[in-house]
Design a protein around this ligand. Structure first.
Ligand code: SF4
Ligand code: SF4
Ligand code: FES
Length: 236
């Protein structure tokens, strides 16, 4: 007999409610498979996001049984509790509808933290070689593979408490640029990262690093920014 999962899914906007669905359990089923089953077979109106289904695009993150996760790489049997799943949108972002959140503030905060690369070379210039084993390049590379999923942002209590806090992903990006020898916007980066709502607002709880699905360490990046900027001058 097919085992049935009881799945509760957030429907509506911020004043919405959880609705229940019964979904057949399958071997190696992911949480995204469950949501897709519901949308295709039970409720065509369900709104959610996904693209790659292989852990690259970062678009499928949701809150699953209270924890933010990338749903295309989260197996149901690892996270269901007594055959039950509660699937909600990411926290700390406004709900557009159902499982879809407004990601604009998340990306605007990358800008606010100085996360846009600026260079001085044009495509006509010869490429300047960077030693891939230099200390700075290794630090930049260690923080660079962010897939922009906002799992860390959704799980950060400081983001929840302070609207102006740019959050772990934006500061992780800032740390990568801090170490990028080709980035010419270092002065602007320093000003942005040290401003109110920047790196000194982080309380180093490290929820972000524990939850990052691609094993980045935003808490470590933020601690390194704090250390580096205090070495280079006063905080104000
Ligand atoms: S370490 Fe900082 S950014 Fe990470 S979860 Fe804690 S307060 Fe948020
Ligand atoms: S740092 Fe990790 S958890 Fe945060 S947005 Fe990037 S990939 Fe996602
Ligand atoms: S759908 Fe692309 S990371 Fe999950």
């Amino acid at each position: 007999m097919t085992k049935i999962l009881t799945v509760k899914i957030w429907r509506g906007g911020k004043d919405g409610t959880l609705e229940s669905y019964s979904v057949p359990a399958r071997k190696s089923q992911t949480v995204l498979d469950v949501v897709t089953y519901i949308q295709r077979h039970l409720d065509a109106d369900l709104s959610y996001r996904f693209a790659c289904r292989v852990g690259m695009c970062g678009s499928c993150a949701m809150t699953v049984n209270g924890v933010p996760r990338w749903t295309c790489r989260t197996h149901v049997d690892k996270v269901s509790q007594d055959g039950q799943l509660i699937i909600e949108p990411l926290k700390n972002l406004e709900i557009i509808r159902d499982l879809t959140t407004d990601m604009v503030p998340f990306f605007e905060k990358w800008e606010k933290a100085g996360g846009r690369f600026e260079g001085k070379q044009s495509r006509a210039d010869k490429i300047t070689a960077i030693d891939p084993d230099s200390k700075k390049r290794l630090a930049a590379s260690a923080a660079i593979e962010c897939i922009n999923c906002a799992v860390c942002y959704s799980g950060c209590d400081t983001v929840r408490a302070r609207d102006d806090y740019v959050g772990p992903a934006a500061l992780n990006r800032a740390w990568s640029l801090f170490n990028d020898e080709k980035h010419t916007g270092q002065r602007k980066l320093k000003k942005s990262v040290k401003a109110d709502g920047g790196c000194y607002t982080c309380h180093t709880h490290a929820n972000c690093s524990q939850s990052c699905p691609v094993d980045l360490d935003p808490a470590g990046s933020i601690a390194s920014l704090k250390r580096s900027y205090s070495m280079f001058g006063s905080r104000s």
